[in-house]
Design a protein around this ligand. Structure first.
Ligand code: URA
Length: 435
């Protein structure tokens, strides 16, 4: 088999056989197929697309290209959750302890990621001493002992995807639905859970800006998961404005803690209850979603979810007192209000721009090597549909550098559109995709 022939086949609009996809991924992972040939293949796929069988085959090959986590030593049905990402998305920090407190084992691998804030791993490292660099054995032991563990993605999880994603990033071939779906699902499948709940974001702060594209991606991922023999469902949720109010690592951890204390923002709490209800049903801890939501709400009321977070932090070397005492977190040196000069109603928030403000303050990474300032960010006081008055604060900004603060403030003010007439609030959950 020759890569040249496979490129030509795809370029001419034909589908690749499973054997050809297997050859291509194996040879690329070992380095026998060079980047320039794979770049041509990615561009051919970008324009010609892949059918369902090809997409599943690519996903399985990438999932099996390195370590596949064996979670069989963990008792119970393991349910994983994945979000396609957005601004203020701290869902795992609150949802994982809630679901674990309800009895579904959480054995989760998370990443750091590029973007306006760090990933779940960075956020968890806001707890002094917390380590996600734990062995697979410790990971499984922790889940069996306390019902929850979150580890950093191992270097050898789906290495074919790692190489391919980096290549797509520099060859303008990221935004193809089949390639995105297979990339995300290859990592989820290699991470070993029995069932997968996906949160596909849609809107100005999401990867997919249009609702129809988000639903199409959700359907593609559900098809892959189901085809791979894992129960998979997806919700499509709004990312036309930040999720919750906090954007920035420590600020998001604190908002997750507030949520576990029953004081969280309404949209964020609703998202956790919705995603969690599907996880509890998949994990056979509830008969239906209504019952599941009640169980989850009770984990907040009786503080078992908050205590579960403290157990997680403690088990992975962190200072669990921080869960109960927010003053123990590092605080940014400068804390100021962003005041509006307009009166009316918030019509629109350019969500991506708000993410950029966090990045400018130092809360995110522009390159893999960038370091991250965990203490900076924003807490919004006004969301879409809220009434505002001249002189009121739209947000509190947390910074460690005055110059960066000013740049972020100017961009922040431009990201808000305020109009004179009342604005209807849009639903957070746009729909559900099941197999
Ligand atoms: N996230 C991934 O992991 N892969 C993609 O292709 C896009 C987003």
């Amino acid at each position: 088999m020759r890569m040249y022939d496979l490129i030509m086949k795809k370029r001419n609009g034909n589908s690749l056989s499973n054997e050809e996809i297997s050859f291509m991924i194996k040879q690329y992972t070992t380095g026998a197929i060079p980047d320039y040939q794979m770049s041509a293949m990615m561009m051919a796929i970008y324009f010609r697309g892949m059918n369902e069988r090809e997409t599943l085959s690519l996903t399985m090959e990438m999932a099996q290209s390195g370590d596949v986590l064996n979670l069989s030593g963990i008792h119970g049905i393991k349910v994983d959750k994945h979000s396609t990402g957005g601004v203020g998305d701290k869902t795992t920090l609150a949802l994982a302890p809630m679901v674990a407190a309800a009895g579904v084992p959480i054995a989760k691998m998370s990443g750091r990621g590029l973007g306006h804030t760090g990933g779940t791993i960075d956020k968890l490292e806001s707890f002094t001493g917390f380590s996600t660099a734990i062995s697979e054995e410790q990971f499984c032991d922790n889940v069996n002992r306390i019902g929850i563990s979150i580890m950093g993605q191992t270097a050898d999880l789906a290495p074919a995807d790692k190489k391919l994603y980096a290549l797509r990033d520099v060859t303008a071939t990221v935004d193809n639905r089949s390639l995105i779906a297979s990339s995300i699902m290859s990592k989820k499948l290699a991470a070993g859970a029995d069932a997968i709940v996906l949160d596909v974001k849609t809107g100005s702060g999401a990867f997919m800006k249009k609702e129809e594209d988000s639903f199409a991606l959700a359907r593609e991922m559900v098809r892959i998961g189901t085809g791979a023999g894992r129960e998979t469902i997806a919700i499509v949720s709004d990312m036309d404005q930040p999720l919750g109010n906090a954007i920035g690592n420590i600020l998001e951890v604190q908002e997750a803690i507030d949520t576990l204390q029953g004081k969280g923002p309404e949209d964020f709490t609703q998202l956790c209850l919705t995603l969690g209800s599907y996880m509890l049903v998949a994990g056979k801890k509830a008969h239906d979603r209504e019952e599941a939501k009640n169980i989850l709400a009770e984990t907040i009321r009786n503080k078992s979810a908050l205590n579960k977070l403290a157990q997680l932090v403690e088990a992975q070397g962190g200072d669990s007192k921080m869960v109960f005492d927010p003053t123990r977190f590092v605080r940014a040196k400068i804390v100021e209000e962003i005041v509006t000069s307009a009166s009316g109603y918030v019509q629109q928030i350019d969500c991506e721009e708000i993410g950029m403000c966090s990045l400018i303050l130092g809360g995110g990474r522009e390159t893999k090597e960038s370091s991250i300032d965990l203490s900076v960010g924003l807490v919004l006081h006004k969301k879409v549909g809220d009434a505002v008055k001249e002189g009121e604060s739209l947000a509190t900004i947390y910074a460690n550098d005055l110059e960066k603060l000013e740049v972020a403030r100017q961009r922040f003010l431009k990201a808000y559109t305020i109009c004179e007439t009342p604005v209807e609030k849009k639903p957070l959950i746009k729909g559900i995709v099941i197999a």
